[in-house]
Design a protein around this ligand. Structure first.
Ligand code: NDP
Length: 485
C-alpha cells in the first residue's frame, strides 16, 4: 500500500516532522515556522470542557430490535413492527468523578442511548437506577455541589453529602440503592438501565399513555463489594473501558431487554403516589413490565473522542409518538442538557458525526460554530420562513395531542400522603440478611468522619423507612442505642 503523505491542516506537504526551522544550526527558531506553531497550537486545543457531571464515560454502537408490538400505545416509527431495527449509540458513565476518575467507584451510573430513527434522534438519557436523589430540577446544582469537590480542601466531602441527604428525605430511596450492592456494578454490561423519568407515548388515535422505560441486563447483575473494588482500583482505573471494549472486540456483544410500564393517562389522577415524581417507582404489580425489544452493542467506535466524548444526549430529543410529562426534573433537563452541549461542543453540535441524525435535517438556524453544512434545501434563496422559495415547511400531521394540566401557578411543595419512606422501605425489605449487612457497612463506611448531628438526622430517615434499617446502620456505626448519642 502506498504510504500517505503528511500534510498541514490546510493540506500543504510537511517536509520535516521532527525538526524546527532555525537560523543557523544552533537556533533560534524562526517566527515563520508555522508548521511548528500549528502543531503546538493544536496540542493546546486538544481538550474541551469536560462534562460537569458524567465526565467519565464508556460507550459503543449497536442495534435496537423490536420483539413485541406496542404500536397501540405509540406511533413512533421505531416501534412500528416486530423485527424492525434501529441503529443506536450508547454512553455509560459515573456521575461525580472527573475524566481521570477510577471506573469502579461507588456512584450512580449514567445509561444513555441515542436511537437514530427515521423521524429524528430519540435520546433516552437515563441511569442504572429507576429513581433519583431529588424530585425538582431546581435542587440539582446544589445537590451536585455536594458530590463534587469542597471549595477549600479540594476533596470530596462526606460531610456535605450526608448534610444534604439528611436535610432532603426525598433522597432516601436513591441513597438506599447507591449504598446497596448495586452501587458498584462490575461493568456497564452487568447493570440495568432505566429512563427513570415518566415520559409519554401517543398513538395514531391521539390517545396518550404515561410510560417508563427499563433495560434489563442479559449478562446478569454483578457487583463489587467495597473491599473488592479497592483491590480492582489498585490494579486498574480503567476497568469498564477494558471490559466493554474487550467484550465487543471479542464478539461477545452485550444485550439488554427493553421493557416499558404503561399507565393510561387518566390513572395519573388516581395513584397514591405522584407518578411524575422522580424519587418514586411505579410498582410492577400495578403497572407490569411489557417487553418491547432488545438492544445489542456490537461495534466499538474507531475513534473514542469522535463518538463517545462528542456524543451529546438530551432528553429534549424525542420523536413523534414519544413526549414529555410534568416530571419537574425532566422539564429542567430538557433545558439544561442541550444548553450544556451548546456550551461544551459548540452551536451546531448536532452536525458532529456522533449526533447527526440519519434522516434529512432541514432547519433555518443559520450560522455559528461548526456551520459546515449548507442547509439551503438546494435553494440559497430559502433562508427564512415562511417563504415561496421551496424551503422546508412545518408538518402539523405529527403534532402531539394536547396535554391537559390544571392548577394555579406557584412553587409547590410535594405534599402527597405517600411520603418519602415507603418505597425505600419496600426495597430494604427485599434484601436478604447478607445484602442488608453490606448495606449497613457501606453506609457506615461512607459516613466516616461525618458530624454526629448529621448522622443522627439521617438515622431517623432510615428508622422511618424500616426500624430494622436504622438499627442495622446504628450497629455498623458502633452506636448500639439511641441513648449513645
Ligand atoms: P418488584 O419485586 O416487582 O421489583 C423489584 C425490583 O427491584 C426489580 O426490578 C429488581 O430488578 C430490583 N432490585 C433488586 N435489587 C435491587 C437493588 N439492590 N437496587 C435496586 N433495585 C433492585 O417490586 P416493586 O415494583 O413493588 O418495587 C419494590 C422496590 O423495588 C421499589 O421500592 C424499588 O426500590 C425497587 N425497584 C422497583 C422498580 C420498579 O420499576 N417497580 C425498578 C427497580 C427497583 P431486577 O429485576 O433487574 O433484578
Amino acid at each position: 500500500m502506498m504510504k500517505k503523505k503528511l500534510t498541514t491542516s490546510a493540506g500543504a506537504p510537511v517536509t520535516n516532522n521532527q525538526r524546527s526551522q532555525t537560523a543557523g544550526k544552533r537556533g533560534p527558531v524562526l517566527m515563520q515556522d508555522y508548521k511548528l506553531f500549528e502543531k503546538l497550537a493544536h496540542q493546546n486545543r486538544e481538550r474541551i470542557p469536560e462534562r460537569v457531571v458524567h465526565a467519565k464515560g464508556w460507550g459503543a454502537m449497536g442495534t435496537f430490535t423490536v420483539t413485541k408490538d406496542i404500536s397501540k400505545y405509540t406511533r413512533a416509527k421505531l416501534f412500528s413492527e416486530v423485527g424492525k431495527q434501529t441503529p443506536i449509540l450508547s454512553r455509560f458513565s459515573t456521575v461525580a468523578g472527573e475524566m481521570g476518575a477510577a471506573d469502579t467507584e461507588r456512584d450512580v451510573r449514567g445509561f444513555s442511548l441515542k436511537f437514530y430513527t427515521e423521524e429524528g434522534n430519540w435520546d433516552l438519557v437515563g441511569n442504572n437506577t429507576p429513581v433519583f436523589f431529588l424530585r425538582d430540577g431546581y435542587k440539582f446544582p446544589d445537590f451536585i455541589h455536594t458530590q463534587k469537590r469542597h471549595p477549600k480542601t479540594n476533596l470530596r466531602s462526606p460531610e456535605a453529602m450526608w448534610d444534604y441527604w439528611s436535610l432532603s428525605p426525598e433522597s432516601l430511596h436513591q441513597v438506599t440503592i447507591l449504598m446497596s450492592d448495586r452501587g458498584i456494578p462490575i461493568s456497564p454490561m452487568h447493570m440495568n438501565g432505566y429512563g427513570s423519568h415518566t415520559f409519554s407515548f401517543w398513538n395514531n388515535d391521539g390517545e396518550r399513555f404515561w410510560v417508563k422505560f427499563h433495560f434489563k441486563t442479559q449478562q446478569g447483575h454483578k457487583h463489587y463489594t467495597n473491599e473488592e473494588t479497592a483491590e480492582v482500583i489498585g490494579q486498574t482505573r480503567e476497568k469498564y473501558q477494558e471490559e466493554l471494549y474487550g467484550a465487543i472486540e471479542q464478539g461477545k456483544f452485550p444485550k439488554w431487554t427493553m421493557k416499558v410500564q404503561i399507565m393510561p393517562e387518566a390513572d395519573a389522577e388516581k395513584t397514591p403516589y405522584n407518578p411524575f415524581d422522580l424519587t418514586k417507582v411505579w410498582p410492577h404489580a400495578d403497572y407490569p413490565l411489557i417487553e418491547v425489544g432488545e438492544i445489542e452493542l456490537n461495534q466499538n467506535p474507531e475513534n473514542y473522542w469522535q463518538y463517545i466524548e462528542n456524543a451529546a444526549y438530551s432528553p429534549s430529543n424525542v420523536v413523534p409518538g414519544i413526549g414529555f410529562s410534568p416530571d419537574k426534573v425532566l422539564q429542567a433537563r430538557i433545558f439544561s442538557y442541550a444548553d450544556a452541549h451548546r456550551y461544551r461542543l459548540g452551536t451546531h453540535y448536532e452536525a458532529l458525526p456522533a449526533n447527526m441524525p440519519l434522516n434529512e435535517v432541514n432547519h433555518y438556524h443559520k450560522d455559528g460554530a461548526m456551520r459546515f453544512f449548507t442547509n439551503d434545501f438546494g435553494n440559497p434563496d430559502a433562508y427564512y420562513e415562511p417563504n415561496t422559495k421551496d424551503g422546508a415547511f412545518e408538518d402539523q400531521s405529527v403534532e402531539e395531542p394536547p396535554m391537559k394540566i390544571n392548577g394555579d401557578i406557584m412553587r409547590y411543595e410535594e405534599n402527597d400522603t405517600f411520603g418519602d419512606y415507603k418505597q425505600p422501605g419496600d426495597l430494604f425489605r427485599m434484601f436478604n440478611a447478607e445484602q442488608k449487612a453490606r448495606l449497613y457497612s457501606n453506609i457506615a463506611a461512607a459516613m466516616d468522619g461525618v458530624s454526629m448531628d448529621i448522622i443522627e438526622r439521617q438515622l431517623v430517615h432510615f428508622d422511618k423507612a424500616d426500624q430494622e434499617y436504622g438499627d442495622g446502620v446504628r450497629k455498623a456505626l458502633g452506636i448500639s442505642q439511641m441513648a449513645d448519642y
